[in-house]
Design a protein around this ligand. Structure first.
Ligand SMILES: [Zn+2]
Length: 469
């Protein structure tokens, strides 16, 4: 859809240029030809490393891959990257980019993320995000490709400031049409939708051609959401409960006893659910590290606060986040994180397509930086390193239909992450970034270091009002 949008925009620019007698000012993302020489390449099977290759990129696309001594055309910029490993540019498939003063686009680039899926931020912030999307596409600013939900549709306030409230099926349909009109790439549904409003959203979205992603509404449940054609299930909580081999106990206040689920998830139920998800084309975005991150604020506060990436966050946010540290650890927090991990392992084994996402920004949860912890968490749930990289590259690209992205192969978009060591040996190596190529634009180590310093310097002096939850 992004490519189509680009084509349409390009065509409009040409038409406008002809009609008004000037050429469009925004330059297309042209990039001189470049050769990455001597790199070890992660193959399209996400399991094999092809050693000593040369990747030739031109105009944002991989135009050739060959042996290290492959002839390089005159005029191509040569980057000697012997001993480095290159994987596709990463996706963070669950972010919220609405936080004023936080440099979302450049934080993605410096962390090797070349595409994000933005799960909504309210209309007042969306203008800015759509504006980034255009400027990034035209090469005017550095940043990832953006797939955006624009806003979130829900029935009643869950306390979030970015919800598009719907009170009737008619209003639900109108909101979906507005999302389409304004340029959203998909619809995001939230937890408190009534069945009538949910069904209206599903129906209208299919009429206007927008996929529906989001939380599983409490009134709908996992199975009905999947049968309704909801493309992505965000978070792993509901789906973990759906795998219980018995009716889990609740305490006197009605809260689920997660300890009662530990080690008691059903492999058969996982297989059934996986078959259903594959049949209806749905994906799971478990944001697996979100719970453990919040737990770590209590169980290992010192380490959480020592995160060097916090220098990318403007001080007013750090002040606003402080009360979070005083909140007691929720009694079920640790067992629920363990149960979710167990559920992801079973679902993955059963064939569910998983996409990696973080749900940043959250207190002390830094955009870009957090994705690398999510990758580690997914390995902890039982995915192989290669499968985890696929979950953060090709699988989300397939999900949105961007089949020209997420692989290292001739004709694919030049979205690449060059690492100092192979992530197949240790997934933590995704943090050892030597170079990022985003839509053919190359950021080498020096450029990335300069960008990081600039992001940190601008954050340090930002003194605006933090965007609320
Ligand atoms: Zn979210």
């Amino acid at each position: 859809m992004g490519d189509l949008r680009k084509l349409v925009r390009g065509a409009l620019a040409v038409i406008a240029g002809c009609a008004f007698g000037f050429t469009a000012q925004a330059k297309p993302p042209e990039q001189g030809m470049a050769a990455l020489v001597g790199v070890d390449v992660l193959d399209a099977d996400f399991a094999t490393i092809l050693p000593d290759r040369t990747i030739l990129i031109d105009d944002g696309v991989i135009v050739a891959i060959g042996p290290a001594d492959m002839a390089v055309p005159d005029g191509a910029t040569v980057h000697d990257l012997a001993g480095k490993t290159v994987i596709p540019g990463l996706w963070d498939a669950h972010v919220h980019s609405r936080y004023l003063g936080i440099d979302h686009p450049r934080l993605m680039i410096v962390h090797g993320i070349t595409t994000i899926r933005d799960l909504g931020g309210g209309w007042e912030h969306q203008r800015r995000i759509f504006d980034w999307r255009e400027k990034i596409e035209s090469g005017e600013m550095a940043g990832p490709r953006i797939w955006s939900a624009a806003t979130v549709l829900d029935n009643s306030g869950a306390g979030w400031s970015h919800i598009g409230l719907v009170h009737s099926p008619e209003e639900a349909r109108e909101q979906v049409r507005r999302l389409k009109r304004e340029g959203a790439d998909f619809v995001k549904v939230y937890s408190n939708l009534t069945p009538e409003n949910y069904d209206a959203i599903i129906d209208e979205a299919s009429k206007v051609g927008l996929p529906v992603d989001g939380h599983v509404p409490l009134s709908i449940g996992v199975e009905r959401a999947i049968r309704s054609g909801q493309r992505v299930i965000e978070h792993a909580e509901e789906i973990a409960i759906a795998l219980a081999d018995h009716e889990p106990e609740k305490n006197a206040d009605g809260y689920l006893l997660w300890t009662d689920l530990e080690g008691r998830l059903s492999r058969d139920k996982a297989a059934e659910l996986a078959a259903l998800m594959l049949e209806h084309g749905s994906y799971l975005s478990p944001t697996l590290n979100l719970g453990p991150h919040f737990n770590s604020l209590k169980t290992d506060t010192e380490a959480a606060l020592a995160n060097p990436a916090l220098r990318f966050i403007p001080p007013p946010y750090l002040v606003a986040w402080k009360p979070r540290l005083d909140r007691p650890l929720w009694p079920s927090a640790l067992p629920s994180a363990r149960v979710e991990k167990e559920a992801i392992g079973l679902l993955h084994e059963a064939g569910v397509r998983i996409i990696a996402g973080t749900d940043t920004v959250k207190p002390y949860f830094v955009p870009g930086h957090a994705l690398h912890d999510e990758l580690v968490a997914l390995v902890g749930a039982g995915l192989s390193e290669g499968e985890v990289i696929r979950a953060a590259t090709r699988t989300p690209a397939e999900m949105v239909g961007a089949l020209g992205q997420g692989l290292i192969a001739k004709g694919q978009a030049a979205d690449l992450l060059v690492l100092d060591a192979s992530p197949l040996e240790d997934i933590a190596n995704t943090r050892r970034i030597a170079m990022v190529v985003a839509a053919g634009r190359i950021y080498d180590r020096e450029a990335l270091a300069a960008m990081r310093e600039d992001v940190a310097a601008k954050a340090a002096v930002w003194d605006g009002e933090p965007t609320g939850r």
